[in-house]
Design a binder for this molecule. Structure first.
Ligand code: FBP
Length: 552
């Protein structure tokens, strides 16, 4: 296999561990903290998790390792979208497992949860794992979006584990996958199967965080990658001075990625979905807000700019989410086939006009035709519109264009509005992990094995104090049930890990809100440049602005 010189160099990088995990596994002891309770709905969660609820927080510290020596076989899966650093979680897990006992074995089940259900695996050894150290991607074993959620699934996993004498499963995933990890852990405990389950917090979206988990891995590298590109585009725009760039950034629901990129690059506009929902902003109010910036800049002779749009935005615009719900209803069941069979867009439009309420039809009629059609594209497995397929960056630039045409007609705008569009998503999910993500992920994996070694079940690997140097990080574990509440999902009350949206009274948003008026009119771009892997710590090891502001 041909490899790049950076990859070769990254093989030599030694990820930094928190001080308490350094110095060999024989010197890691455990300290149990207070008993925990779930963030909400305590009685209901307790009743659903009688064997795993209320367990104690765990912190590792330097001291004699008092765990019971036994041979361990551990399974690991990657679940959901790629996030930089996933390979290092597995490397850390493998290194701690082998350092504890060279006879221990690590099974990697392929392509996500489906690998566990179909017994499709590989057995890690030094030669294989060394090819993936400090690299991006999930190609070490692949990932997938299948779910482990039914009793039938749990029994199949138990059967596969028993076949290989596997005594622990590590699930590397986001809020849904770790919710399922908690349910699996409870099931195994209830059945007394002797199989532990440990989760690791992954997602570039940054929405698996709470008072215990300071950030999910991958968010640092992904936002640095997007910010580099946004900065480069901003500089190009400030050089040519002729385009407004509308840049959509990933983040299925929460706007953490957009906010972090805005904090790093200071674009003229960055929409934050959570604010739009809280203020119940309409499409036309959002359009006006962007057009005001375009017009003000044009008045200063600046017919260029940068607008950052979060991927999940349309579901947060109240009138749009009503429209989407009505469209879902309009196409429910077999009605989608009937709709698709209609011969022309005109025929489809007539059916839409009949099916939507007057208000939703008004919203629908405002949209450019390509966006209207995107709303009727393939549904997800639950029959919902796939909002990620909606080109919201084009939607807003088209609406702003119309708005500016009206301003031009009444003499309040005299500029020239030319636009370009970008979608930044997959560019950042498999990048070489930043030093932060390489270190954090390795520590999460190392730590996950120590939790297994000490016999814990239903815990999330927790590494905290992340705004400080790795030496000062704190390693341990938190019962997943502590992070759960009850939410309504697909018509049922379900215990789930609470998804973290952008908090409008949190420091990162408040900092952004305090500066955005200035950024909207002036050219205050910051150009972060590419991720640096080698050089001074203040250039290479600093993590996100979000984390720094949250920890202020
Ligand atoms: P996870 O929550 O599984 O980490 O994935 C997040 C994400 O990258 C979102 O930002 C994006 O909307 C989605 O995955 C894209 O999914 P897919 O890889 O299936 O296209």
């Amino acid at each position: 296999m041909k490899i790049s010189s950076l990859q070769k160099a990254r093989y030599q990088y030694t990820p930094k561990l928190p001080a308490m995990l350094k110095g060999g596994v024989a010197n890691i002891s455990v300290k149990e903290g207070a008993q925990t309770q779930s963030v909400a709905d305590q009685e209901k969660i307790k009743a659903l998790f009688p064997h795993t609820y209320g367990k104690r927080e765990i912190t590792f510290q330097k001291g004699e390792n008092t765990s019971i020596a036994k041979k361990q076989a551990v399974a690991v899966i990657l679940s959901g979208g790629q996030a930089p650093g996933g390979h290092n979680v597995i490397c850390g897990l493998y290194d701690a497992l082998k350092a504890t006992n060279p006879e221990n074995q690590l099974y990697g089940f392929k392509s996500g949860p489906i690998g566990l259900l179909t017994d499709n695996y590989l057995l890690f050894d030094d030669e294989y794992i060394d090819q993936f150290r400090n690299t991006g991607g999930f190609d070490i074993i692949g990932s997938g979006r299948d779910k482990l959620e039914t009793v039938e699934h749990f029994e199949t996993v138990a059967k596969v584990c028993k076949k290989h004498d596997i005594n622990a499963v590590v699930i590397i995933g986001g809020d849904d996958s770790n919710t399922n990890a908690a349910v699996l852990a409870e099931y195994f405990a209830a059945k007394d199967y002797g199989i532990q389950v440990i989760g690791c917090p992954k997602t570039i979206d940054g929405d698996l965080k709470n008072e215990d988990i300071e950030c999910s891995f991958g968010f640092d590298t992904a936002t640095k990658t997007y910010s580099e590109i946004i900065g480069n585009i901003a500089r190009d725009s400030n050089s040519a001075k002729k385009y407004w760039h509308f840049i959509k950034v990933m983040g299925r629901s929460a706007s953490h990625v957009a906010l972090e990129c805005a904090l790093k690059t200071q674009p003229n506009i960055c929409l934050i979905s959570e604010e739009i929902a809280a203020k119940k902003m309409s499409l036309s109010a959002i359009t006006d807000y962007i057009a005001d910036s375009v017009a003000a800049r044009a008045a200063n002779g600046n017919n260029f700019g940068i607008a950052v749009i979060p991927e999940g935005i349309v579901e947060f615009i109240p009138e749009f989410s009503v429209l989407i719900a009505e469209i879902n209803e309009l196409l429910a069941g077999t009605k989608a086939d009937e709709f698709n069979a209609l011969p022309s867009w005109e025929a489809k439009y007539a059916l839409i006009e009949k099916g939507l309420t007057e208000h939703s039809m008004e919203v629908f009629a405002l949209l450019p035709q390509n966006i209207q059609q995107q709303l009727f594209l393939d549904r997800d497995p639950h029959g919902n519109v796939q909002v990620s397929l909606i080109e919201s960056e084009k939607l807003f630039s088209a609406l702003v264009k119309e708005n500016l045409a009206k301003r031009k007609a009444n003499g309040t705008y005299k500029g020239n509005f030319r636009t370009l569009h970008h979608f930044l998503g997959y560019e950042g999910r498999s990048a070489f992990p930043s030093n932060f993500d390489a270190d954090y992920c390795y520590s999460l994996g190392y730590n996950a094995f120590m939790l297994i070694q000490y016999g814990y079940n239903g815990y999330l690997s927790k590494v905290s104090n992340l705004s400080k140097s790795a030496e000062q990080w704190v390693a341990g574990g938190m019962p997943i049930t502590k992070m759960m509440n009850i939410e309504r999902r697909h018509g049922e009350d379900k215990p789930v890990i609470k998804k973290a949206l952008v908090e409008l009274d949190g420091n990162p948003f408040k900092y952004f809100a305090a500066h955005r008026e200035k950024w909207a009119v002036e050219t205050a771009f910051v150009y972060p440049g590419a991720i640096q892997y080698y050089g001074p710590a203040e250039v290479c090891d600093i993590t996100t602005k979000t984390l720094a502001l949250e920890k202020q």
